[in-house]
Design a protein around this ligand. Sequence first.
Ligand code: SF4
Length: 346
Amino acid sequence: MVGQCIKPFLPRAELLNYFDAILRVYNRYGRRDNKYKARIKILVKDLTLEGFSREVESEWAHSRNGPDTISEAGFAAMEAFFDGPPLLVKHSPLDPVDADALRNNRAYSRWVQRNVALHRQPGYRLVTLTLKKTGIPPGDATADQMDVISVLAERFGTGEIRVTHEQNLVLPYVAREDLFELWAIASAYGLATPNAGLLTDVVCCPGGNFCSLANAESIPVANAIQERFDKIDYLFDLGPLELNISGCVNACGHHHIGHIGILGVDKNGEAWYQITIGGREGNRPNIGKVIGPSFAAADIPDTINILLETYVRLRNEGELFIDTVERVGLGPFRIAVYGAAHEANH
Ligand code: SF4
């Protein structure tokens, strides 16, 4: 389920009191006896949104204005941590070396397109160091890479490194004129694959290789997809596309909100994979819909290929995968994967 609003307006001073009330309600009524049902979302479903909200409001009546109320001085202290460091504005409009590189160096210009974002401070950029090189488990970095990342953060940023839920790292304050040098070093250490937000920027949980709750392995499936779709021209042609993989319904890989989601399921003791399409995060969140019966691991890359070919055939100019799915629905994708006869029975 997608999160729903239980409190349209809450004075910020009451945030901790209200969160405390939510946890108390969960603690009192939640299924703490069953690890598969020990989730707030399960309780919200059982009590209904209105019922859950009613319980929280009644609990909050006891803690409102209590000792955990946040003072304005408390907010000021917290905000001080997020001011951002003082910036040395050292940029030139466009460094000549950089301008040449953008014109002549395709790899660099692709990296700038995908892995560099505008910054609210003129002259600075946000840089994503992708941990999504083909053949490496998504989100993994070696000790040597981590050493390099720390040097990059010190030399080209402010020492700050942010971890994203897409399993990449972000240097939040990079001077525009330092981009080319940063890219050259990051490339040499496998930290500049220009695929941020593209198909092979797979979000993937540890799955059966590491997690005892898994129904199936996730990392080998991610690697198989990255190997199959390793042509950067094709990835750029496909455009932004999020593919997420979870090894079980706990959904640590956020498969349900991937434009394409892959979920490991157990069928009579064997690992299979269910595919969903149409999931979306952001301001218009949506849970992906299952396209049909599940697949063996070996069939996943071919099936993804069929979905992609269907998208390319049906898309309007400039239309993203997720928007094509929303426009045409699941039908054409199901027919392409399973055949018309299967679709007619649904
Ligand atoms: S989704 Fe399941 S298999 Fe993957 S890390 Fe979470 S609990 Fe483990």
